[in-house]
Design a protein around this ligand. Structure first.
Ligand code: NAD
Ligand code: WQD
Length: 348
């Protein structure tokens, strides 16, 4: 159970119909906050809203528009009062961002600017942003620490995160009333324990966990392991997988901590601190499913790092938050969602 927040806030959740946003909506409601969602549904299915209402027992107000539209964004703040904004709304496919960089810069940067400008105009200063471990680039040593200063990313998607962190830092520098948490997620996986909400990628999944789930449910023939000659324990890439429900409570913790933050802007890693290899995740998923899954080993994937994992100390010390769910929990919950919803959410 999520402990009740000390002071209930009315929170605008931008991108709240998406994978991480939908789980966070439930955690916010469980903590006693009021939630309003804005989402373009560019990468979400309307059916998620009914599932959230079913799970929470509460009506969830949803505004459907594109946040790059600054006028619509401002009109929402004119019409309604918010105490804080949590900003998940963005495009996130790394490969697509390489093919369509302008789309990614336009969508991710402009949606942030619309929000920040509307917030400033309506004196809303609490902001929680979905950043990513990708901002540590190729040169930072693992485990990644927030005080690493040279932020860069190997792809346009990641560069939008670097740029947005910069923009938010500059905005807060001129008006220290801002309270901005930059949450750098590691590899979110898993699903709500009910099996009613989860990750529903369109097309062929790029990420390991949804690909594995689709192999298990029979939608893909076999997993291709992208390289087994990395300088890691078993030669396959190591990542810091974090259960999406732990990530969701991390947002509640960050929101509750904003007013007590020592500086207007602060970055926090949201990870477990442990790297898990591709083969170890495959084995854990097989345990969840109860049978072996087919795979082959292919070449390395362009742009992949050997290992990426967090030093999660700052979030623990300052937010009082830590991830508690294990790799087996993550696989069991991903599998429950995938097996109960083999083709994802129903079409409207
Ligand atoms: P998601 O695609 O499921 O959710 C993003 C939501 O934002 C979607 O519902 C989409 O329709 C909406 N959206 C996108 N552009 C919009 C716009 N211009 N206006 C209004 N709505 C818009 O992705 P997610 O996995 O839930 O990720 C949420 C955030 O966390 C993203 O910003 C992502 O970059 C970041 N992040 C994700 C991961 C990951 O691996 N999933 C890792 C690190 C950071
Ligand atoms: C994990 C491991 C792959 C698929 C990406 C983005 C990152 C972040 C999260 C948002 C790697 C291997 C994968 C497959 C495989 N997003 N793999 N076969 O690359 O760590 O992170 O998503 O910020 O920016 O880059 O996650 O799940 O794609 O890969 O062997 O079919 O699984 O090589 O070692 P990644 P991933």
């Amino acid at each position: 159970p999520v402990p009740a927040s000390l002071s209930a806030m009315r929170v605008l959740v931008a991108g709240g119909a998406g994978y991480i946003g939908s789980h966070t909506v439930l955690a916010l409601l469980a903590a006693g906050h009021d939630v309003v969602v804005v989402d373009s549904f560019a990468n979400a299915k309307p059916a998620v809203v009914g599932r959230l209402e079913e799970l929470s027992g509460l009506p969830i107000p949803v505004h459907r528009f594109d946040l790059t539209d600054a006028e619509r964004t401002d009109a929402l703040f004119e019409a309604e009062h918010f105490d804080a904004v949590i900003h998940f709304a963005g495009l996130k496919a790394v490969g697509e961002s390489v093919a369509k960089p302008a789309l990614y810069y336009r969508n991710n940067v402009d949606s942030t600017l619309s929000l920040v400008e509307a917030m400033a105009r309506h004196d809303v200063r609490r902001f929680v942003f979905s950043s990513s471990a990708t901002v540590y680039g190729e040169k930072a040593p693992v485990p990644y620490r927030e005080d690493w200063e040279y932020l860069e990313s190997t792809n346009p998607y990641g560069q939008t995160k670097v740029m947005i962190e910069r923009i938010l830092t500059d905005v807060a520098a001129v008006n220290p009333a801002w309270r901005v948490a930059l949450l750098r997620y590691f590899n979110p996986v898993g699903a709500h324990a009910s099996g009613r909400i989860g990750e529903d990628p369109s097309g062929i999944p790029n990420n390991l966990m949804p690909f594995l789930s689709q192999v298990a449910v029979g939608r893909r023939e076999r997993l291709t392991v992208h390289g087994d000659d990395y300088p890691t324990a078993d030669g396959t890439g190591e990542r810091d997988y974090i259960h999406v429900e732990d990530l969701a409570t991390g947002h509640v913790a960050a929101l509750d901590h904003l007013d007590a933050m020592s500086t207007p802007v602060r970055a926090f890693n949201l990870g477990t601190g442990t790297g898990t290899s591709v083969l170890a995740l495959l084995r854990a998923f097989e345990r969840a499913v109860g049978r072996e899954l087919p795979y082959t080993v292919g070449p390395r994937r362009d742009g992949d790092l050997p290992a990426s994992y967090a030093d999660p100390t700052r979030a623990h010390v300052e937010l009082g938050w830590r991830a508690t769910r294990t790799i087996d929990d993550m696989c069991a919950d991903s599998w429950r969602w995938q097996s109960q919803n083999p083709t994802g959410y129903p079409e409207a």
